[in-house]
Write a protein that binds this ligand. Structure first.
Ligand code: PLP
Length: 241
């Protein structure tokens, strides 16, 4: 993060009530839905404030940023990697990451396996699906996921666990479209549950919904919502992160 953004984020801190924002959002969530506080680009002081308000699940989209924050924040935080993950970055987070939401290839899964073995742990993963009508978003199609799950290479993996699916809806005010995309992700979840994970209690997570659309995602069955700006305020950078 550049210095100017850091300073801006610090300035912004003063008039944002993180505790109140978290409590307000949590009050709207049903028992089956957990809140991931998406803290990307935000300084550790703000994460600490959320932690002090009882928040334990945090989401970051960059591996090195997550590693740096993990080093200075309490050990009982559950770190969720939610952004596109390059294979050469897995090593930064493999020792501690709680869940990787953004698995979009067999190759990435194999890299996670390799790094998990080094740390003698099993890493929980979600398959990311491309459900939006925007081309720019990452993720698998159902056909690609089925091919992955049927492959011998996948079946050989012993240090990763697929716990569900993740997706991002189109960034639009058209709530009918957003709802249909979340419903499609739930359908994908149910199809995979039936055909590949019927006996697997771990396969239970439906990660969908961000600040502007999480209420719809919850209605469509989300078990994990990933909320950033509604907790920590707007982010100050120009890219589409
Ligand atoms: C940034 C991000 C979020 C949170 O976005 P907000 O609009 O700030 O709530 C959720 N999911 C992913 C994958 C993200 O990159």
């Amino acid at each position: 993060m550049c210095v100017v953004n850091k300073i801006k984020n610090h300035l912004k801190m003063d008039n944002i009530d993180i505790k109140k924002n978290i409590e307000t959002i949590k009050a709207t969530l049903p028992e089956r839905t957990r809140l991931i506080a998406v803290s990307k680009t935000k300084p550790v002081e703000m994460l600490q404030e959320a932690y002090d308000a009882g928040q334990r699940l945090f989401g970051e989209n960059k591996a090195q940023e997550m590693r740096d924050k993990h080093e200075v924040l309490p050990d009982d935080i559950e770190w969720h990697l939610i952004g596109h993950l390059q294979t050469n970055k897995v090593k930064y987070i493999a020792s501690f990451v709680r869940m990787i939401h953004s698995i979009d290839s067999l190759q990435l899964l194999q890299t996670v396996e390799k790094e998990a073995i080094k740390h003698d742990r099993i890493i929980d993963c979600l398959l990311q699906f491309h459900i939006a009508s925007e081309e720019t978003k990452f993720g698998l199609s159902l056909e690609e996921a089925i091919e992955l799950l049927n492959s011998n290479e996948y079946k050989a993996l012993s240090h990763i666990r697929i716990c569900g699916v993740m997706g991002m809806a189109t960034n639009t005010d058209d709530t009918t479209l957003v709802r249909s995309e979340f419903a499609n992700l739930r359908h994908i979840f149910e199809t995979l549950k039936r055909d590949y994970f019927a006996d697997n209690d771990c396969f239970c997570e439906l990660s969908m919904g961000m600040s502007h659309d999480y209420p719809i995602a919850v209605e469509e069955g989300a078990t994990l919502v990933r909320v950033g700006s509604s907790i920590f305020g707007a982010r100050f950078y120009g890219t589409a992160n």
